[in-house]
Design a protein. Structure first.
Length: 397
């Protein structure tokens, strides 16, 4: 079949960001399907296309995927208004593309929520099968964070969310809380929970450190939702205690990064190292060679507890990094039940610091957690297994 795939923030492993759409597109192609993927541009993404934009877009084939890249440059540091305009432009371009191309199935993945609009239009005007993948519940999350407070905007987003679920033939949810959110609106809707997966760019071969410091690494966006000041609170606490053999490495970018760096300077937190975003392969190599602990940190917002599926968690366990998590929910429960890390209460820098010290002092426990994490990654979150489940769900009669 011919699949028209909409993901505004698509990247190959050569860029910085999640590669779920890239991996799933390749699996669809291996299964005999044709994939045309429509994406925007980003300062961190690498689509693989190098030809010049003409009339606002460029096209080409990358690893068997027919890519249409729109000249809509997105950055996490942009204002809410500018990002919103880009989201709307992307969806309008997407509608035009969906009206002129030949395809059998349209697949849209959020965020943003507006990625569903071409699918809704295709369903209504061309009677095409529409699959909608939900990565975050909107407007629930931005409302809970206080990012969006305007009642008209929240109402418009709620209407679009309702229409997206209504016209989708099936929905893919990345976390249990997301599936529950869809079911609350449409109890009979066919929904599959297919979380992010674990990649195998590198297999951990040894557990011997190249230096005598314990390095706790955070990867990904440095945004408001990530709550990274909680890590700086711990860095400050450890420094006050005179613990000098722990470092926190922050790898990525985002709106909050400048203020985090400034705080580290103001408080003389030389145990906080800020690094630029890295391509996926390079990131995995860095974590393999340098890190002892993977940090999974979010603001203490209940909507996050069961409504997120962070790429970093699956990256950490695939590399055998013990995970230190600071918010409750389905992943915290999994960390505890599989003993692949430590889950601490939110807003408790003392507990966070004690967990760091515990892992630092006990390499044997870290090794056990490492093996448990790898076992979990291979048995439940292997990317190929999830892709097979994904394809079976899309094409069920």
């Amino acid at each position: 079949m011919k699949i028209l795939y909409f993901h505004q923030h698509f990247t190959t492993p050569k860029g910085s960001g999640g590669t779920r759409s890239y991996e799933f597109s390749k699996e669809l192609i291996r299964a005999g399907h044709q994939v045309t993927l429509v994406c925007g541009s980003s300062d961190l993404a690498v689509t693989g296309l190098k030809n010049k934009f003409r009339s606002g877009y460029r096209t080409g084939i990358v690893d068997g995927i027919n890519i249409i890249e729109l000249e809509l440059l997105y950055s996490n540091s942009q204002s809410f208004i500018k990002r919103s305009i880009l989201f709307l432009k992307y969806s309008l371009y997407g509608v035009k593309i969906s009206m002129r191309l030949n395809y059998d199935v349209v697949f849209g993945t959020s965020t943003p929520l507006t990625a569903s609009i071409p699918g809704i239009v295709s369903k209504l005007l061309r009677n095409k099968k529409f699959i909608f993948e939900v990565r975050d519940l909107w407007p629930e999350l931005p409302k809970a964070m206080g990012v969006i407070t305007n009642p008209l905007i929240l109402s418009a987003m709620d209407i679009l969310e309702t229409l997206s679920y209504k016209f989708a033939d099936r929905c893919v949810a990345l976390a249990p809380g997301i599936a529950n959110g869809i079911k609350r609106k449409y109890p009979l809707k066919k929904v599959a929970i297919i979380p992010n997966g674990s990649d195998r760019f590198i297999t951990r071969k040894n557990f011997k450190k190249k230096n005598n410091k314990c390095i706790a690494a955070f990867t990904g966006a440095h945004g408001q939702a990530n709550g990274l000041n909680a890590v700086l609170d711990v860095a400050y606490l450890l420094k006050q205690r005179g613990i000098a053999d722990v470092e926190f490495h922050f790898i990525g970018d985002g709106k909050m990064k400048p203020s985090l760096i400034q705080r580290a300077i103001n408080q003389d937190l030389d145990n906080c190292i800020f690094l630029d975003p890295m391509p996926k392969y390079k990131l995995f190599q860095y974590l393999h060679d340098q890190a002892d602990i993977g940090l999974m940190v979010l603001e203490n917002i209940p909507a996050f507890y069961n409504g997120t599926s962070p790429n970093k968690f699956f990256d950490y366990i695939s590399l055998g990094l013990p995970v230190l998590n600071n918010y409750p929910g389905w992943l915290a429960n999994m960390i505890k039940s599989h003993h692949c890390g430590i889950a601490v209460p939110p807003g408790d820098p003392e507990a966070f610091a004690e967990a760091i010290i515990r892992l630092k002092k006990d390499p044997t426990e870290r090794k056990v957690m490492s093996h448990r994490g790898i076992e979990l990654a291979n048995s439940k979150f292997d990317r190929t297994l999830l892709a097979t489940e994904f394809i079976d769900f899309i094409f069920k009669s």
